[in-house]
Design a protein around this ligand. Structure first.
Ligand code: SAM
Length: 278
């Protein structure tokens, strides 16, 4: 593993994460021997607007039980378990973080989804898959850490079957810079590599993918953060289940910066679907 990848891994890895998630679920009143995918949604959908954003992206590609899906940068596996349980498709998660893959496997096992879902430690820049292996390549809030974007999108196009779809929901660079750090994906600029919407279109075209759908969801993201803040104020405390379990002690500052970056157009949220031609 190169030093950039180990810095990214170090940023995300949390020792004892599995146990911390189970303890938080128990504290929130969930029965951990009978967990359902929705019990985990506040913690395992590690992107702005959580499960809602995943449902919306899934509605852009017609998933069914015959599909093989690759989730690039799958984190603790929330989307993989949701897609498998909702549509019956088979999902492979690929993530740099060993600890996240371990947690993703353990949660899939608890939910009885391990025949449909698997998680592999590896890099999006060197995917351990044959050409044309997947019907859908999916990614949410993972490409921000990846510097070599031409290689990333060419790997995505390579492992996609002809006529297959690439579905993405990502944080891109807005018209204003620089970013406020730390952010949930990086303590500073050393592991943060945002691309602009224009550049992303160029990159997708250059990798041979045809853009079929494009949606800027930044304003919906701002509204979502307002609702989350209002709910927390009403309840008078932070929820027991949330991204703080994944992000550790800097969570509050990261969350504040995320909101500032979004409100000041330093980041934008883009949902996009592209197809690999036949
Ligand atoms: C913010 S998390 C998002 C996780 C998941 N997609 C979700 O939305 O819940 C970003 C993930 O991308 C992974 N990641 C970053 N760079 C990667 C790379 N080069 N290859 C594979 N995974 C990577 C990180 O390890 C982390 O799990």
């Amino acid at each position: 593993m190169n030093s950039l990848d180990s810095n990214i891994q170090e940023h995300y890895d949390r020792q004892g994460l599995d146990e911390a998630i189970l303890a938080a679920l128990t504290a929130a009143g969930k029965d951990i021997s009978h967990l359902k995918p929705e019990d985990l949604a506040p913690i395992d959908e590690f992107h702005i607007r959580g499960r809602e954003a995943t449902r919306e992206l899934a509605s852009q590609v017609q998933l069914n039980s015959s599909h093989k899906v690759l989730d690039v940068g799958s984190g603790v596996g929330g989307a993989s378990r949701f897609l498998a349980s909702e549509f019956g498709c088979r999902v492979t998660g690929l993530d740099l973080s060993d600890e996240y893959c371990r947690v993703a496997r353990s949660l899939a096992n608890r939910l009885g989804l391990d025949s449909l879902v698997s998680h592999l430690q590896g890099s999006a820049l060197d995917m351990p898959f044959e050409d044309n292996s997947f019907d859908i390549v999916w990614t949410q809030h993972a490409t921000m850490n990846i510097a070599d974007k031409p290689k990333l999108y060419s790997e995505i196009a390579r492992v996609l079957q002809p006529n297959g779809y690439f579905a993405m929901y990502d944080v891109l660079a807005g018209p204003v810079s620089p970013l406020y750090y730390p952010v949930p994906w990086a303590p500073d600029s050393s592991i943060s590599f945002l691309t602009t919407p224009d550049k992303l279109c160029e990159l997708l075209n250059a990798s041979g993918l045809r853009i079929m759908g494009w949606r800027d969801t930044s304003e919906i993201g701002r509204e979502w953060f307002k609702e989350v803040a209002a709910k927390m104020q009403q309840q008078g405390e932070s929820p027991k289940l949330g991204f703080h379990i994944l992000l550790g002690p800097d969570f509050r500052l990261m969350a504040q910066n995320q909101v500032l970056n979004l409100n000041e157009n330093r980041i934008v949220l883009i949902e996009c679907v592209a197809q690999k031609p036949a």
